[in-house]
Design a protein around this ligand. Sequence first.
Ligand code: HAM
Length: 453
Amino acid sequence: MATVKKTAGASAKKDSPSKKASQPIGLVRGMRDILPSEQMYWRMIYDKASALCDAYGLERIETPVLEDTALFVRGVGKQTDIVEKEMYSFQTSGGDNVSLRPEGTAGICRAYIHHGMVSLPQPVKLWYWGPFFRHERPQSGRYRQFYQFGCELLGEEDAVIDAQLVLMSWLLLKELGIEATVKINSIGTAECRANYRNALVAYFRPKRSRMSEDDKKRLLKNPLRLLDSKDPVIQEMTAEAPQIVDWLDEASKNHFMRVLEYLDEVGVPYQLDPFLVRGLDYYTNTVFELFDSSNEDSEHGQNAYGGGGRYDGLVELLGGQHTPAAGFAMGIERIVSKLKSMNVTADKKRVDVFVAQLGEQGRKRALAIFEELRLAGINSSESFAKSSIKSQMEAANRLGARWTLIVGQKEVLDGTVIIRDMEAGTQEIVDGRKVVHEIQKKMQQQDEVKGSN
Ligand code: HAM
């Protein structure tokens, strides 16, 4: 656990009053704003993700951003990088040890136990979307606050669940136009892993003198982590290292074969990666990650779009009954960055009507008309703060409005509104009380013309 040492709200440094007044306050390192220009990508991904979850019968769940630190120490693993180095942990003024969630699976299992979901029909199928926090070294695609979309299916051990989850994560990207490579492996049961661990230690120990201090520590505490080391020296050693597949028991091998057969059946392309182990301790059997197919340099854990796997022991480890389960999570920022690089554009909101006004009375009436249009479900726009009719007409043109309503002093007195057809350049005067109806009629006529063409 790293960072926050003090009680929430306590600030270590005090700025002088003059500094406070004169200097803009910057972003906290590793955090980022999601500006309006990026929102269309977020919405696009969210809409696809929620439609996919609806189709596969998953229900939305939200768990708190703040959890008991023990949940992650026990669930994710004391010796993982996430828990050892990356958590935002602190003690509250009430003396509770809490952490900003670094991932979602442990919280979902806590909720499953807390709400007695074991008594619901199994599997319980849940999905979530929200912010997560890891105090990592910020770099491209790696932030200290990032968003995940995740799916967790609890209470079923069949291999078909693993395959469905791989399919869903791959489909989300495919439907967004992103070609992803699925890398998949099995890390077996805790027992298989213990035997494999011994074999790895025996393999790497004679090579210790060429390892960094960090990797020596890994060899001692968590030798599987050496397998996805970024250090070229370790990578070279790993090429010849024993592979976990040779340590899998019959049941684990069988499970893995079935997952692969289901993936073949639904046409999800995958690559077997004998050294994919993932950085969280709760996994059993299937593990997988999704990478950019067009980027051959992408390595385990580096800018993966997402990852997941089976975690049959986690619910029990957190105090519940034995509950086999599996899931995955996708990193939204990484998907957004890919969509941007592909120059994907979303459909612009269509503006049917622009409401223009002249004079104070005209503006008041225009405000009310705009509200009538909104209630009738007509896409409308305005620039009420502008008083020049010229600049309002320019705005209407820029937005591609089909019709502009004009309400000036005279129209207010007469109880009328001018409707300007922006394509034909013609104008007509209509009864102000019937203006919404008139627009609806015109929209219908336009649809009929389009339909007959
Ligand atoms: P994870 O591989 O640690 O798995 O994270 C999933 C995805 O979140 C990553 O593939 C990446 O796209 C994104 N991500 C992680 N850290 C960062 C970061 N610092 N900045 C930007 N994006 C990031 C889990 O979290 C597991 N809970 C997944 C899971 C669900 N396994 C079973 N169920």
